[in-house]
Design a protein around this ligand. Structure first.
Ligand SMILES: Cc1cc2nc3c(=O)[nH]c(=O)nc-3n(C[C@H](O)[C@H](O)[C@H](O)COP(=O)(O)OP(=O)(O)OC[C@H]3O[C@@H](n4cnc5c(N)ncnc54)[C@H](O)[C@@H]3O)c2cc1C
Length: 219
């Protein structure tokens, strides 16, 4: 089992039994999640920006307009904290205090670098596209030189990272167990609805399998 040994910064202190450092678990969470939140500090002001991402092996990629402040700042090599969250359920307890959520989340610390190698840049964009909609890269026009120029890609090594996972029913206090309130878990799942073809789509283009059978959960 491959693990990212926790550092003093990534060892889960609060509820340590929920800390997971197994890289396979961390990768599964990253691959199932749609978005990450990128945290960084500029002139003493923290910013936390939501964005898409991709993963290739031990590297996380984020991309955006070459004009994006976030991308420009991060390519200068400032420390970054990237988080990813999957919400699996609402944990409804007998007491308000003990309500919680079932979740799987990841925190990655490090310094992001600009991807300058054109092949790595293309592979990173492929990973971003396939991460959001597997099968989409081949079912779309490939990026032009102009589009590639307008896009910056940053990479962050998955070196210093942790996962935290909560599962299971509510944990109520013994004295609350006989209270007449419903308690349990309301599972939540992200499920696709019926695809809506672009009104301008020619009628002879059918919905491809990767759209018709899109699934996000525990691939
Ligand atoms: C959907 C969701 C809802 C939550 N709701 C609450 C809430 O209402 N109140 C609350 O106090 N906490 C909540 N948490 C847990 C929260 O994320 C923190 O773990 C917790 O608040 C402890 O923070 P801390 O800074 O004291 O952690 P510490 O244990 O001191 O953090 C040390 C290190 O552990 C790792 N770590 C900590 N938390 C996480 C995490 N969630 N995922 C991956 N690595 C982590 C990081 O590397 C961090 O640097 C929630 C988490 C999720 C995903």
């Amino acid at each position: 089992m491959s693990t990212s040994a926790p550092t003093t910064r990534t060892r889960v202190v609060r509820e340590p039994q929920r800390g997971v450092y197994d890289r396979e678990v961390i990768n599964q969470i990253l691959d199932e999640a749609f978005i990450c939140h990128v945290g960084f500090v500029i002139d003493g002001q923290p910013f936390v920006i939501p964005t898409g991402f991709g993963r290739v092996d031990d590297t996380l990629y984020i991309h955006g307009s070459a004009a994006s402040r976030m991308l420009k700042q991060l390519s200068g090599g400032i420390p970054v904290c990237v988080t990813v969250t999957l919400l699996d359920g609402l944990v409804l307890a007998r007491s308000v205090f003990n309500h919680s959520m079932n979740y799987r989340s990841v925190v990655v610390l490090g310094t992001a670098d600009l991807v300058s190698d054109p092949q790595e840049k293309l592979a990173a964009l492929h990973s971003l596209s396939e991460h959001i909609a597997p099968g989409r890269w081949e079912h779309s026009r490939q990026p032009s030189d102009r589009e590639l120029k307008a896009t910056s890609v940053l990479k962050l090594p998955l070196r210093e990272c942790s996962a935290k996972v909560r599962t299971g029913p509510p944990i109520d206090d013994d004295e609350d167990m006989s209270l007449p309130f419903w308690a349990g878990v309301l599972p939540l799942e992200l499920v696709p609805r019926t695809p809506l073809p672009d009104p301008k789509l020619p009628s002879d283009i059918a919905i491809p399998d990767h759209v018709a059978h899109y699934s996000r959960t525990r691939r």
